[in-house]
Every structure is written in structure tokens, then in C-alpha cells.
Write a protein that binds this ligand. Structure first.
Ligand SMILES: [Zn+2]
Length: 117
């Protein structure tokens, strides 16, 4: 993969990180609102609020995993092994990386792995 492509993916990954951070900032404000309302609402609504909070926590865990994967991808760009399949050392198709910039496997290895499951 040439340097030009790596730079494009760096911008793509950083844009995605910003998106997640923005979502997180909105989410923090939302949770604050739910907690304030809890003192005023009845038992059922409180359970709803708890369920929403549980879902929010799961979404937060997902965001943390995605941020970690994005940071990992940025490290690989720094180390110039970004876009190389961790299974067979072939270049990962840039089209695949555009869809999933944190992909670690080329399409061949990824589909082999799926078949073995
Ligand atoms: Zn591969």
C-alpha cells in the first residue's frame, strides 16, 4: 500500500474517532437527564430508565471497543503495516478498508475464518 492511501485512511479513521467522541458527548448529557428525572417518576418508568441506562452502557462498551480498534489501526499506520492481512501478509483490498478501516484480515482469510466457525 502506498503512502497516499495510508494518509487517506488515517483521515478516515480520525473522522470516525471524532464521530464516536461526539456521540459520547451527547450520550453523557442524555444520561444526566435520565438521572435527574428518576426522582420524580414511578416504579415502571424507573425500570424503563434503568433498561435504557443498561442499553446506554452497552453502547458505551461498544464505543470503547471501536475506539480501541481505531487506535490500533492508527498505530499500524504509524508502523507502516496498516492494510496488511495479519493472517497471510497480503495487502487487504482498499475497498474493504474503506468499508471497515479497522479490518485486520484480507477478504480471503476473513471468509475462511467465517467458514471454519
Ligand atoms: Zn489474508
Amino acid at each position: 500500500m502506498n503512502a497516499h492511501n495510508s494518509l487517506d485512511f488515517k483521515a478516515l479513521i480520525e473522522a470516525r474517532k471524532r464521530e464516536i467522541s461526539d456521540t459520547r458527548a451527547r450520550f453523557s448529557r442524555d444520561t444526566g437527564a435520565v438521572e435527574l428525572d428518576q426522582s420524580k417518576v414511578g416504579r415502571l418508568s424507573r425500570m424503563d430508565a434503568m433498561q435504557i441506562q443498561e442499553m446506554n452502557l452497552e453502547a458505551e462498551r461498544r464505543r470503547n471497543r471501536e475506539l480501541a480498534a481505531l487506535d490500533h489501526a492508527l498505530n499500524r499506520i504509524e508502523n507502516q503495516n496498516y492494510g496488511i492481512c495479519s493472517e497471510c501478509d497480503e495487502d487487504i483490498n482498499p475497498k474493504r478498508l474503506e468499508v471497515d478501516p479497522v479490518a485486520l484480515l484480507c477478504i480471503n482469510c476473513a471468509s475462511k475464518l467465517e467458514q471454519s466457525w
